[in-house]
Design a protein around this ligand. Structure first.
Ligand code: HEM
Length: 150
């Protein structure tokens, strides 16, 4: 008989923490990633104006929030408790195609800064999944590639 082993929530949490540590992902790296990425976002001809319209010049609270967000996603830090969907559905200029632009810029930033090559797909797998659900939320339709393998 085949035995199916179901991992407990605490085992899964430990696994996430161990994977992140093995890839060199820590708070210092997340800080570098977030600062570098949003530096590029601000200068980006498509993304820059969308952020500027919402955030203006007051970037520090957004950067702090995004560091907590990514630490929670990739290291299970449990420091983020915001609401990403309403934060995006309220943006009047956000279009579904902006997500690919965002993801490409994020991937390039990871490629330029990651402490380990495998950290790039580790972040990207999670970023793509979240982007898909945000794209779904803003457009009201499942994106064409929903359910496709990353
Ligand atoms: C398509 C491009 C995107 C644009 C233009 C965009 C823009 C923004 C803006 C302007 C805010 C600030 C809203 C506020 O402070 O009220 C925000 C918040 C946020 N964004 Fe995005 N975003 C994009 C894609 C993404 C993606 C792909 C992710 C995740 C992988 C993400 C994660 C978040 C999170 C976690 C917040 C904080 C929400 C909160 O708790 O207040 N965004 N975004």
């Amino acid at each position: 008989m085949t035995t199916i082993r179901v991992r407990s929530a605490s085992e899964r949490r430990r696994e996430i923490e161990q994977t992140a540590a093995a890839l060199g992902i820590d708070d210092a790296y997340i800080s570098t990633l977030v600062e570098t990425f949003y530096g590029r976002v601000r200068a980006h001809e498509v993304l820059g104006p969308i952020f500027a319209a919402e955030i203006g010049d007051d970037w520090d609270p957004h950067l702090a929030k995004m560091k907590d967000f990514w630490a929670s996603v990739v290291m299970n830090a449990g420091r983020y408790s915001g609401k990403p969907v309403p934060a995006h559905t309220k943006l009047p200029d956000l279009q579904p195609w902006h997500f690919k632009v965002w993801l490409d810029l994020f991937e390039q930033t990871l490629a330029d800064t990651a402490p380990h090559p495998d950290a790039v797909p580790y972040f990207m797998e999670r970023a793509r999944r979240i982007a898909r659900s945000l794209e779904f939320a803003i457009s009201g339709l499942p994106p064409l590639n929903a359910g496709a393998r990353p």
